[in-house]
Design a protein around this ligand. Sequence first.
Ligand SMILES: C[S@@+](CC[C@H](N)C(=O)[O-])C[C@H]1O[C@@H](n2cnc3c(N)ncnc32)[C@H](O)[C@@H]1O
Length: 251
Amino acid sequence: MQVIQGDVLKCDLPYFDICVANIPYQISSPLTFKLLSHRPIFRCAVIMFQREFAMRLVAQPGDTLYCRLSVNVQLLSRVSHLLKVGRNNFRPPPKVDSSVVRIEPRKPLPPVSFKEWDGLVRICFNRKNKTLGSLFKQKRVLELLEKNYKTMQSLQLAQESEMGEEKMSPDDVAVLANMVEDLSMEMSDEKEDDDMEMDDADVADGRASFREKIMGILQQGDFAEKRSSKLSQVDFLYLLSLFNKAGIHFS
Ligand SMILES: C[S@@+](CC[C@H](N)C(=O)[O-])C[C@H]1O[C@@H](n2cnc3c(N)ncnc32)[C@H](O)[C@@H]1O
């Protein structure tokens, strides 16, 4: 047996196929993505998390806790809730309840660029209860997408990705590994609603036609009136494919 002493977030992990861990809860999110970015990919991890984090990992469309963490982890793995561990199982009892969760990476991983996927999901879950039509009318979202669109056009890369070549690349794995921001307790819908929607007054900016292009893509997939809180993995994958086919990119 090899014992490695150090910060698990900073050290290079050796090959492993099973991970069983009782972790400090403040590293739940970065550790989960570090494990999911490790190659070769492991077979199964059984980890105890704070109850609310665990419920976010396994949350399904329509559940209150369904969030960006749920869709990102479930894109890469199957997660199942194994067992509740109440605070009174410990002496002295901690302030929070816990749950043991099983994480089994999907094999093969879905043929999608994680950077693209997370870029889309980030926008969609910025306000998960707003309609996608409204989210994609935001000035800063349209500006970002138009900038990406023009960059792709000038690099002539759009054509390449329209041919369905997107897949998980080493770059994506690096993005995953660096996902150290804490996705665990994001409560985006509680933020102040200060987003500016781009309306007809912006026609003068020449941005109206790009806005119409985006709205057309949402309508094509019947997404304009839908809300992220109710969309499944398959819905998000379909939406991403519609955007990418139209040359719209998120990274
Ligand atoms: C919840 S305790 C579990 C202890 C023991 N494994 C058990 O099951 O009884 C978490 C342990 O992780 C250690 N720890 C905290 N941050 C860490 C990190 N970044 N890397 C490695 N270990 C860490 C803590 O010192 C603590 O001993």
